[in-house]
Each structure stands twice: as structure tokens, then as C-alpha cells.
Design a protein. Sequence first.
Length: 87
Amino acid sequence: MTPRPVTEIKRHATEIIAQLKQDGVPVLITEHGRSSAVLLSVEEYQALLRRLEVLEGIARGERAFAEGRTVRHSDAKKRLEKWKSAK
């Protein structure tokens, strides 16, 4: 991640965005020497959202398992078949 002061972003936004699109390296925006925000390409942002979605699904599954909310494989297959036929 490349740190850049917010004043540099303001002055050179077009060039910084072009570089970001070219190399895909996120830009860490700083204010008064402190991290403030991160600038990502749209593609990288969408990829992060997809990964987050998968991780949240895994976490939901782990919570369900820990809480004992599980079903046998045969019951899950039956539910899936009913769900498919309802579509």
C-alpha cells in the first residue's frame, strides 16, 4: 500500500487514479501524517466484497454448528430438492 498525503491526492488525482488502475496497488491516504482512508480500484473493491461475503457465510455456518442448528445430510438433500422444485 502506497501512503500519500491528502494534499497530493487533491493535486494529482488523475495521475494517481491512472497508476492505481495500472498496478492495482491501493493508496493509503494520510492527513497530518496519520492514516485516514484507502483508495482502491473498483475491481479490487468488488473482489474484497465477494471475499467478505464468503467469509460471512462461513461464520454463519460456524455459528449454526456451534449452536447445534444442524441437519442430517439426507434431510438437507430433501430440503434442497423441495426448494429446487418450488422455483
